[in-house]
Design a protein around this ligand. Structure first.
Ligand code: ARG
Length: 460
């Protein structure tokens, strides 16, 4: 089919070039935004007297009909059209004649695609933000049920000090809350409208860019037309935010994978959120977590692709920028499904508190507390550390825990040990005593949860 821009050419486009050049097969996803942008543009043209009110009325009705027809699957968007912008304009012109041909006055596909994608990114990032908020609510209520569920905390994946399951969950709560705030910053940063930048150098028509910007829900217009058509910073920022968010979900997943294994068995996933093996009848695999971890690489890839696409581009628009869509769409789809599936998986999992406690009782995670006990009795911390280290070595030899050593045995290491040591190194005491701000004591974790709940309350 002859293209809109055909008049300057002697020949029709080669079929393979058409396939290679066209973006319609993927950018049709922008049809809502394309129509939204066109309607704001036409209203502005009419208000400025650039097109008549009658033409605008035809355009508005035509665009509304097209939106409904595309939604209802009545319009087939295929390679007859190069992209969604040309498709909408051509279909409109078929419907309403000359008025449709006036829509593109004082506009270019370059500012059109820029505004479409910005509107789409804003919508999707808001949706992702809501999914993060929903996940945070789940984390908060789970944490409230596990303030006293003792588990080992790890460094180097070696049992280190006692924490609670609530403390562990709220660490992910803190990360995800930052992700939501990062999206807020992005939405603020990207609140300017490129429409009216034209192809690159604005227009000679008396357009009102403030009007279209406000109509489309932006704070105001972008202030340089070259930048207006070629800026994709907000996509890079969004993809960075999504990469960090996926990194958090991936770490969360990594731990759940480990905690589901027989080696830990801290968690049992619900049958509906796990999968089996085709050969090993006993298997119950945490595939969701593995896929979230795996798909994180994919989102990083989307970010890298976009950074690389942009890095050598001269001002202003270049067709390379058509590559901005598939990677962003892919990242958005990936993050949304990951968040959607993650929440019910967490909600339905069984927390095996006894196993956590059993693990906490091994691995000398109360050794720091024993050293602190001696320190509080007057021994300098460095000496107390050495004494406790020796007691640990002795206990390992005996295949016992620190609590299992008799007072006599302990006294061999230091006279400062008294009967009250057993209370001091009891896991419950160890956790409860860690009342420093941000620590694992039920008191400190409750304060964190309350703070987060108050913040969640303020969110839409
Ligand atoms: N399909 C194009 C894109 O996605 C729209 C802009 C085309 N502009 C142009 N001058 N060829 O980027």
């Amino acid at each position: 089919m002859a293209k809109m821009w055909q008049s300057r050419f002697q020949k029709e486009e080669d079929e393979l070039v058409n396939q290679f050049n066209a973006s319609i097969l993927f950018d049709q996803r922008l049809f809502h935004e394309d129509i939204q942008g066109s309607r704001a543009h036409a209203n502005m043209l009419a208000k400025q007297g650039i097109i008549t009110k009658e033409d605008n009325a035809l355009i508005q009705k035509g665009l509304q009909d097209i939106e409904w027809e595309i939604e209802a699957g009545k319009i087939h968007l295929d390679l007859r059209y190069e992209d969604i912008h040309m498709a909408v304009e051509e279909i409109l012109t078929e419907k309403i004649g000359d008025a449709g041909k006036r829509l593109h006055t004082a506009r270019s596909r370059n500012d059109q695609v820029a505004v479409d994608l910005k509107l789409y990114a804003r919508k999707e990032m808001k949706e992702i933000r809501s999914l993060v908020i929903a996940l945070l609510k789940t984390i908060s209520s789970l944490a409230k049920n596990h303030l006293n569920t003792i588990m080992p905390g790890y460094t180097h994946l070696q049992r280190a000090q006692p924490i609670t399951f609530a403390h562990w969950l709220m660490a992910y709560g803190a990360m995800l809350q930052r992700d939501a705030v990062r999206i807020d910053h992005l939405l603020e940063d990207m609140d300017t409208c490129p429409l009216g930048s034209g192809a690159l150098a604005g227009t000679t028509y008396p357009i009102d860019r403030v009007q279209t910007a406000i109509a489309l829900g932006f704070e105001g217009p972008m202030l340089n037309s070259l930048d207006g058509v070629s800026d994709r910073d907000y996509l890079l920022e969004a993809l960075s935010d999504l990469s960090i968010l996926m990194m958090h979900l991936s770490r969360f997943s990594e731990e759940i994978v480990a905690y589901c294994s027989w080696e830990f068995k801290f968690i049992e996933l619900d049958d509906a959120y796990a999968t089996g093996s085709s050969i090993m009848p006993q298997k119950k695999n945490p595939d969701i977590c593995e896929l979230v971890r795996g798909k994180t690489g994919r989102v990083y890839g989307d970010l890298m692709q976009m950074l690389t696409t942009m890095k050598g581009l001269p001002l202003a628009y270049n067709k390379d920028m058509q590559e901005d869509k598939e990677s962003f769409f892919d990242a958005v789809d990936t993050v949304k499904i990951a968040l959607e599936v993650f929440r019910p998986m967490l909600e339905t999992m069984t927390v095996l508190a006894k196993n956590m406690e059993r693990a906490a009782k091994k691995g000398f995670i109360n050794a720091t507390d024993m050293a602190d006990y001696l320190t509080k009795k007057g021994m300098p911390f460095r000496d107390a550390y050495k004494v406790t280290g020796k007691a640990v070595a002795y206990a390992i030899e005996k295949d016992a825990g620190l609590n299992d050593l008799s007072l006599e045995e302990l006294k061999d290491f230091s006279d400062l040990f008294e009967e009250d040591v057993y209370q001091a190194i009891d896991l419950l005491t160890c956790v409860n005593a860690r009342q420093s701000l941000g620590g694992p004591s039920p008191k400190a974790v409750t304060e964190h949860i309350e703070e987060m709940d108050a913040w969640l309350e303020e969110q839409e």
